[in-house]
Design a protein around this ligand. Structure first.
Ligand SMILES: C[S@@+](CC[C@H](N)C(=O)[O-])C[C@H]1O[C@@H](n2cnc3c(N)ncnc32)[C@H](O)[C@@H]1O
Length: 212
């Protein structure tokens, strides 16, 4: 059977020192550090979660992390099935997939608020207006003092200066902006330092510009 674009996209995770495998290690490290900050069981929401390597590996490698539940929202059924198999193999009872369009906020309205929101592998595939809209709405998905982790490549024209400015505008404080030498990706880790905005279970966050 023909593999989908977004299924094959995950292949370079298994290439040692690829941009993607290196980025994964940074995201996992940041995710672990964020979970460890909380004294309460942590809720995680990952949009466009793909095969879920970041959340699944972090929880599998650190069985003592205090997790309440994690929801991975993903559109591609094959990626959902790969991720679900790995969750089962790893015995992670707190992690579940929701197959569907993560741009539709109503889809996961029963799951929010969360302590940690992952927006990884999204900002390189949507317009600047949609990035801004997603960041603006993101604070309504978070519990007070929650965190967001996002990724974005830094190819010219580098959008990360604008993204970092929007984070500040929408009430986030930068915890880390990882831009490792010799790699094109960046990982932004942000803490919500204003009150979360009101959650509205409607509207669309973004439209992917690459094929799915
Ligand atoms: C660049 S990959 C990132 C996957 C994962 N977050 C990671 O960093 O490994 C983008 C993922 O978004 C999924 N996707 C694309 N449009 C989507 C949508 N509207 N809702 C949910 N998932 C979507 C694709 O199937 C793909 O798995």
């Amino acid at each position: 059977m023909k593999r989908s674009h977004w299924e094959s996209w995950h292949d370079s995770y298994s290439v040692k020192n690829s941009d993607l495998s290196y980025r994964l290690e940074v995201v996992k490290q940041r995710l672990q550090e964020l979970i460890e900050r909380f004294e309460v069981p942590v809720r995680i929401l990952s949009l466009c979660a793909g095969q879920g390597h970041d959340v699944i590996q972090t929880l599998k490698e650190n069985p003592n992390l205090n997790i309440s539940k994690a929801l991975l929202v993903e559109l591609d059924p094959k990626n959902v099935s790969v991720g679900e198999s790995e969750i089962k193999r790893s015995g992670l009872g707190t992690v579940n997939y929701l197959e569907g369009d993560a741009a539709n906020v109503s889809l996961y309205s029963d799951f929010v608020p969360v302590e940690i929101l992952l927006l990884c592998g999204i900002f390189g595939n949507i317009s600047l207006d949609d990035i801004k809209n997603t960041l603006e709405r993101s604070s309504s998905f978070l519990a007070p003092g929650g965190f967001v982790v996002w990724t974005r490549h830094r190819k010219e024209p580098d959008a990360t200066p604008a993204i970092r400015n929007w984070c500040a505008e929408f009430g986030y404080r930068e915890i880390a902006f990882d831009t490792p030498d010799r790699h094109e990706f960046s990982v932004g880790t942000y803490e919500l330092v204003k009150a979360p905005s009101k959650f509205l279970p409607d509207g669309k966050l973004f439209q992917f510009t690459s094929s799915c």
